[in-house]
Design a binder for this molecule. Structure first.
Ligand code: NDP
Ligand code: 8X3
Length: 253
């Protein structure tokens, strides 16, 4: 694995950051992406002790900036073997009659269109080299819908469809495509969903044991370290205390 290069979107926090850490420990070269430059600088500095690292700061909604940033990579990082399409968030948790259109735009533009922009900028080079591995971070919310989840669930159902479509279009080019779909993971996700209301965000993870970002990162590393003939195409990963979006065993112990 030592000579592989991975580009991770949303590496400044949560699942993306934990994935960067485990990849670095295993000698995978890293291109860390996100909007928050200070965090990218800090993480790059830390991980540079373990592997080759660079970072690109861009908003996945900005199509031109996405391709400009990826095209600016120097020789060391230009050939991307692994793409982790992880950047994304929920914005709001409102019934559809009261939802903020800005929140809807954000979720569609980031979780769906942003993922497509990044993929479109990278896939042609994978096709040319006849190898590559794309992991799309979907969600349990892409497998079922829950009340007030409306547009976030729609965005993750879109990721599920894109994951299947990418695989159909790319397998003949020797490219692996798969999705990891987590249930509840304790990250900054709920803080973003509730617009900085940390008290409300904390309640999402109380009374049971949620997944940790490292749990998903370990699975992502396992997925990318399988031999060439093995592709983990679609994986649902839940906390043991969760059976579906609405079934969470809280305070039963
Ligand atoms: P975090 O909020 O901790 O991380 C989200 C990451 O996405 C950040 O690094 C953020 O970076 C990046 N991001 C958000 N918006 C943009 C943007 N416009 N442009 C570029 N980067 C962006 O949440 P998670 O780690 O939990 O989320 C990662 C993925 O996992 C998401 O796709 C989420 O939907 C999915 N997921 C999360 C679950 C959970 O329970 N936490 C469950 C199932 C799926 P920055 O702000 O610096 O740009
Ligand atoms: C994030 C998990 O249940 O908040 O995708 O939608 S949930």
């Amino acid at each position: 694995m030592g000579s592989k290069t991975a580009l991770i979107t949303g590496a400044t926090s949560g699942i993306g950051k934990a994935t960067a850490q485990i990849f670095a420990e295993n000698g995978i070269n890293l291109i860390l992406c996100g909007r928050r430059k200070e965090r990218l600088e800090k993480l790059s500095g830390e991980l540079a002790k373990k592997t080759k690292v660079c970072f690109l700061s861009f908003d996945v909604r900005d199509r031109e900036k996405v391709s400009e940033s990826i095209n600016s990579l120097d020789e060391t990082f230009r050939d991307i073997d692994i793409l982790i399409n992880n950047a994304g968030n929920a914005h709001g948790l409102d019934p559809v009659d009261k939802g903020s259109i800005e929140d809807w735009d954000a979720m569609i533009d980031i979780n769906v269109k942003g993922l497509l922009y990044v993929s479109r900028a990278i896939i042609p080079q994978m096709v040319k080299r006849k190898s590559g591995h794309i992991i799309n971070i979907g969600s349990l919310a892409g497998k079922e819908v829950y009340p007030r989840g409306n547009v976030y669930c729609a965005s993750k159902h879109a990721v599920d469809a894109i994951n299947q479509g990418m695989r159909m279009d790319l397998y003949e080019h020797g490219i692996k495509v798969g999705a990891i779909n987590p249930g509840l993971v304790e990250t900054e996700f709920s803080e973003v969903r509730f617009k900085g209301d940390s008290e409300r965000a904390q309640t999402v993870y109380q009374g049971y044991e949620p997944l940790k970002p490292e749990d998903i990162a370990e699975i992502i590393y396992f997925t990318v370290s399988r031999p060439r003939h093995v592709n983990i195409a679609d994986l649902l990963v839940l906390p043991t205390d969760q059976a579906s979006s609405s079934l969470i065993s809280k305070n039963f112990k």
